[in-house]
Design a protein around this ligand. Structure first.
Ligand code: NAD
Length: 300
């Protein structure tokens, strides 16, 4: 085990359990989150408390980020009290989903200070972050990928996406477009079936044994829709950000996304109706309201 001190900034739904995995594996980790409750949870697991991103960067050589979006990453990297001014940091590994343009901007800001930026988004949800099974999409020079692999493997299986910052993000946006489309279309199919008289649990069993199977029918609906909890742990506003970035990237490449645009609008409406704390699975609640049918487990 290396005696290097790592850093972790952004200790929310994903960063909390991922930093926890590093601590459980015996790494020293300096941690910071602007939310005291999130910070205290990871300090309780052995994280070294820091008062700012700059303090993390004065303490740790390699720093992981798990932050909501591109503007926040840019602020934490290059803003006042940001990582770029740190005395110890040599490498920033960004686990956030921010899209390729924001990744390239962060790469450039850090390169000015001779700090490496590794574009490294992850997929697999909060459960995957806890179990160490998220797909880790790494874009950086090969040598750095090899050096980082032992520590990154604590998060899940690694996939090398190429040298350039932004390639990991592009991969992640393609994945999340599919994930969001699955939530939206599963909501429609389930509302239709339940309103016609089918049992939602039986519907999911049949779909999961058949060709309609997807990440929403396998995990999100059984856990957080038919139970009525709507708490899969991924904010609808973050899902919207991902699909918006994906459709924008696609348009700029000259690839039309008609279905993707419809999925994006479903997330716009979910946020408008259920507010800033809406969960990803609240898309299904929209269909419950529009269809006039609860998609809930039957009392037997
Ligand atoms: P989250 O909102 O739960 O966590 C983000 C954390 O960043 C919060 O604790 C917040 O307080 C902190 N933060 C915000 N601004 C900060 C600042 N300026 N300085 C320090 N801390 C700050 O979000 P999450 O669900 O953990 O997602 C994190 C990233 O991972 C996002 O980019 C998201 O798109 C991506 N992601 C999420 C999931 C998921 O299922 N939740 C899965 C894969 C990827």
């Amino acid at each position: 085990m290396s005696q290097e001190t790592y850093g972790f900034i952004g200790l929310g739904n994903m960063g909390g359990p991922m930093s926890g995995r590093l601590l459980a594996a015996g790494y020293k980790v300096a941690v910071y989150d602007r939310d005291e409750a999130a910070l205290a949870r990871v300090v309780g697991k052995g994280g070294i408390r820091c008062a700012s991103a700059l303090e993390v960067a004065n303490t740790a050589t390699t720093i992981f980020l798990s932050l909501p979006d591109g503007p926040i990453v840019q602020h934490v990297v290059a803003g006042p009290e940001g990582v770029a001014g740190g005395k110890a940091v040599t490498c920033v590994v960004d686990l956030s989903t921010i899209g390729p343009r924001a990744a390239i901007a962060a790469f450039k800001s850090l390169a000015e200070r001779n700090i490496a930026y590794v574009d490294c988004p992850v997929s697999g949800g909060v459960g995957g972050a806890e179990r160490g099974t998220v797909a880790v999409m790494v874009a950086c020079p090969r040598e750095r990928y090899e050096t980082l692999s032992p520590v990154l493997k604590n998060f899940g299986p690694l996939f090398y996406m190429g040298v350039e910052a932004g390639l990991g993000q592009t991969m992640k946006l393609a994945n999340n477009l599919l994930s969001a489309a699955a939530v939206a279309i599963t909501s429609e199919a389930m509302a239709m079936g339940v309103k016609a008289g089918l049992d939602p649990e039986v519907m999911l069993d049949v779909i999961n044994a058949g060709s309609g199977r997807n990440s929403a029918t396998m995990e999100k609906f059984p856990k957080a829709v038919i139970t009525g909890t709507f708490n899969i742990g991924f904010a609808a506003k973050l899902a919207y950000k991902d699909v918006r970035l994906c459709v924008e990237e696609s348009e700029s490449l000259g690839v039309p996304m008609m279905v993707g645009s419809a999925v994006r609008e479903m997330l716009v409406v979910t946020n408008a109706v259920y507010g800033k704390d809406a969960d990803y699975t609240d898309v299904a609640r929209l269909l419950e309201t529009w269809g006039g049918v609860p998609i809930r487990k039957r009392v037997k």
